[in-house]
Design a protein around this ligand. Structure first.
Ligand SMILES: [Zn+2]
Length: 379
């Protein structure tokens, strides 16, 4: 990652590059800010800058072998520490190295790591993630060797606030008597929770939100289809890339749900069994939370169609595509079936929470949907 790949923060980038060039970089730097501020990316870019064999002014060159290794997250003198959890495979304290392949994969597509996101990528949502004493021991060992290929060993230490006291006390030794060739880049979201003895030995770099202009430009690049929504989302996100991304991807989810629901209603009404089978396979492969979100969306849409059928247009907030579909569809949703539809879909949501088999559930539900949509409206 180069500094120029990161949206905004021009002052901080310049400041870091100047410290590095002037040899005034502390052995321990502490980046603080929210996950969506891009502070982790700044640490990555600084690490690459320190390793780059031919820096171009205030940025790394991006093309030398060291830059290639750094951007591939495989530079032998850039080390990663991050929260991990115990699994059946690991005996004793789990350490970051146990999860390094997963971490690289994750980071390549998420340069704005967040703890929730990472623990679900690791598949350990339900376990306590942390940084354990074994991690500090492993670091002590690694830092006792000279760098392999460069002048510096860089450790990018994500969420030092998650160290348990044993880990923090062991780490303290490394920070109190740093070797000439080590640089710690701590990246924290809650610096108040870091042990004061560690905190006091770091050089702070406070990373604020990304400027609206820079955030909007990055979002326009990452979400070329976002169109007019960019303006609103940028304003709401207040400099937080992750907040903006979440908003825009929920929008993507809404579009997907709309398509799937229209297909489903059409196939179920016409009892198109072969087509339904493919549809059921696709929906059953979604994670359970998404299956539930889809059914909630279905309830909301059916209710909206019922309202429109009754002429209660002012109570319905459909987007233009939903509105267009509803023109043809609303006559099928009426007093004779709305309650039954609601009950069936709600029951399905409960059953998904109880780990029901999704394929069987959506098959039954499709047949039920067929029956209920065929109930004639009372005049
Ligand atoms: Zn380079």
């Amino acid at each position: 990652m180069r500094f120029q790949d990161i949206p905004g923060h021009d002052e901080i980038k310049r400041h870091l590059a100047r410290l590095a060039v002037g040899g005034r970089l502390s052995h321990a730097i502490l980046f603080t800010g929210s996950a969506g501020s891009g502070h982790y990316s700044l640490a990555l870019a600084l690490a690459q800058y320190l390793q780059c064999q031919s820096p171009q002014g205030e940025d790394s060159c991006g093309v030398c072998p060291a830059c290639h290794q750094a951007s591939g997250l495989v530079h032998p003198d850039i080390h990663f520490v991050f929260p991990v959890a115990r699994t059946a495979k690991i005996s004793g304290d789990p350490v970051s190295d146990n999860f390094l392949p997963e971490w690289r994969n994750y980071l390549q597509i998420n340069p704005y790591p967040s703890l929730n996101d990472w623990t679900s990528a690791m598949g350990i949502e339900n376990k306590q993630a942390g940084i354990f004493a074994g991690e500090s021991e492993s670091l002590l060992k690694k830092m006792s060797f000279k760098p392999f290929e460069s002048d510096f060993k860089v450790v990018i230490f994500w969420l030092p606030e998650m160290m348990n006291p044993a880990a923090a006390n062991k780490l303290l030794k490394l920070i109190e008597e740093p070797a000439d060739f080590t640089v710690f880049l701590f990246v924290s979201e809650q610096p108040d929770l870091i042990l004061p003895t560690i905190l006091s030995r770091t050089q702070p770099v406070k990373v604020p939100g990304i400027s609206n202009e820079a955030l909007k430009a990055r979002l326009a690049y990452d979400f070329p289809d976002a169109g007019a929504e960019l303006e609103t989302v940028t304003r709401i996100a207040r400099g937080d890339y992750l907040k903006a991304r979440d908003r825009l991807t929920h929008r993507e989810q809404d579009v997907y749900f709309r398509e799937k629901l229209i297909e489903w209603l059409r196939m179920a009404y016409g009892l198109k069994v072969l087509e339904l089978r493919g549809w059921i396979d696709e929906i059953s492969d979604l994670v359970r939370e998404k299956q539930k979100a889809f059914l909630i969306y279905a309830i909301r849409t059916l209710r909206g169609n019922f309202m429109l059928n009754r002429g209660l247009d002012e109570l319905v907030a459909f987007d233009p595509e939903e509105q267009a579909f509803s023109l043809r569809f609303r006559r099928f949703i009426h007093e004779g079936n709305i309650r039954l539809l609601y009950e069936e879909l709600s029951l399905a949501i409960t059953q998904i929470s109880l780990n029901a088999n999704s394929r069987i559930l959506f098959t039954d539900l499709s047949l039920k949907l067929h029956e209920l949509l065929k109930i004639p409206a009372q005049e």
